[in-house]
Design a protein around this ligand. Structure first.
Ligand SMILES: Cc1cc2nc3c(=O)[nH]c(=O)nc-3n(C[C@H](O)[C@H](O)[C@H](O)COP(=O)(O)OP(=O)(O)OC[C@H]3O[C@@H](n4cnc5c(N)ncnc54)[C@H](O)[C@@H]3O)c2cc1C
Length: 382
């Protein structure tokens, strides 16, 4: 796909913002401290990035999926973790509200997410329910006396939980239903009695976007916190993940591109045996493989975005894009480190971080094996 004028202009703006604002100092600070940078969150909010995908009537920019993918790709090209800052409200966190929220809920929550005033997390994974998210054990039992749901359970690996004002929680409402049936979606205020965080997770990469457990102990929420139809939450989780996977695939393209950028720069600078290492076929072929991976992944992402923008079935296309781009990001990061030799193993060089940041791409929002399951099912289970 060749970008039209409007999208090419947006791409340029996102690139300029990231190149100017995501300084090396900021990236090092995030990587070294692991702390959320509120200043950057506020700056991104001011520019409207938190609401690119949120409809205009709810305070967002109402952009299409392609624009959203371009935003995440360009941000991740400079800094993987900062691309996630602009992701959650537009994707996994805001997604369930956009897809299934009623008018009152949309009006209440979306404008505050679009403005960046509030942060939302997505709580699907549990200690015993990862790839098999339908195995959710968290329960939401209706108390007819107070007309409230009482939530109990533990969600794990929840991105942004430590900063979040609200979390979308998936809980079993029909305790007799088997498998992924009988699950509902709730929006839970993180300040409610009974909500607590587990320990802060020390991660391999994407430092600066804290992750922790969300523990729910007799947390009472009103019926107005049920998002979408009762017992149908799992279907909406899967629909939300379609869009989420597109964002993650775009993140992986940005990571792969940054690995290629660094490898090209270094291969032209570094001399061995009296020549630039770029002049050795062994090195130049690795760069050619990386370029092919980046471009193929990018085209898959843009194609999946186009399908979603045209309201066509994009489930398999999103999984294909996520699967290929995530694996490509890992291949590119590996080669970029290899091309840097020993220096690639040293923290001072950006590729060391790129290598660690690439690793998550094939794990969260469905591992590569889960994407393969979705792709295969689209071909074989018809
Ligand atoms: C940094 C980080 C942030 C995250 N953020 C969030 C978040 O915000 N919200 C949220 O809900 N979750 C989040 N997650 C959870 C993430 O989505 C899960 O870790 C992921 O889905 C995998 O689940 P698991 O870790 O339980 O692995 P498992 O499901 O136990 O998988 C272990 C291995 O078995 C493989 N496997 C499992 N089942 C099959 C199968 N049927 N066929 C073939 N292979 C299989 C997997 O591919 C994997 O290789 C996050 C995770 C991390 C690490």
């Amino acid at each position: 796909m060749i970008l039209d004028k409007k999208h090419a202009m947006q791409q340029k703006l996102f690139r300029q913002f990231a190149e100017t604002e995501f300084t090396k100092e900021l990236q090092d600070e995030l990587d070294n401290t692991g702390e959320f940078n509120w200043e950057m969150h506020k700056k991104m909010s001011k520019y409207g990035f938190m609401g690119v995908k949120i409809p205009k009537e709810y305070g967002g920019a109402g952009c299409d999926y392609l624009t959203y993918a371009l935003l995440i790709e360009e941000f991740a090209r400079q800094c993987s973790v900062l691309s996630i800052y602009a992701n959650t409200s537009n994707s996994l966190g805001g997604g369930p509200l956009m897809l299934a929220g009623n008018e009152e809920q949309k009006k209440k929550y979306l404008p505050q997410l679009a403005s960046g005033e509030k942060i939302i997390a997505f709580g699907l994974t549990e200690p015993g329910a990862g790839s098999d998210a339908g195995g959710t054990c968290t329960t939401a039992v209706f108390d007819p006396e107070t007309e409230e749901y009482v939530l109990n359970g533990r969600k794990c690996f929840i991105s942004a939980a430590p900063m979040a004002d609200w979390t979308i929680v998936f809980a079993k409402t029909d305790l007799k239903a088997k498998g992924s049936k009988g699950i509902s979606m709730f929006i839970v205020d993180m300040k409610l009695p009974g909500v607590s965080l587990g320990k802060h997770e020390e991660k391999m990469g994407i430092h600066g976007y804290p992750t922790s457990d969300v523990v729910l102990e007799d947390v009472r929420v009103g019926k107005d916190c049920l998002v979408g139809p009762l017992h149908k939450g799992f279907q909406y989780a899967m629909k939300t993940l379609d869009g989420g996977r597109l964002g993650m695939a775009a993140q992986a393209v940005g990571v792969a591109q940054s690995a290629l950028d660094e490898a090209v720069k270094y291969a032209k600078e570094r001399k061995q045996f009296g020549r630039r290492i770029a002049d050795f076929q062994g090195v130049s072929f690795m760069i050619a493989e990386m370029a092919a991976d980046v471009e193929a992944a990018r085209q898959l992402v843009y194609h999946a975005a186009e399908l979603k923008d045209k309201n066509m079935d994009a489930t398999a296309a999103c999984s294909i894009a996520k699967y290929f781009a995530a694996e490509a990001a890992n291949r590119c990061a590996y080669k970029a480190v290899q091309i840097h030799g020993g220096y690639g193993y040293i923290r001072e060089y950006k590729v060391e971080r790129i290598y660690r940041d690439a690793r998550i791409c094939s794990i969260y929002e469905g591992t590569s094996q889960v994407q393969q399951m979705v792709i295969a099912a689209s071909l074989l289970n018809k």
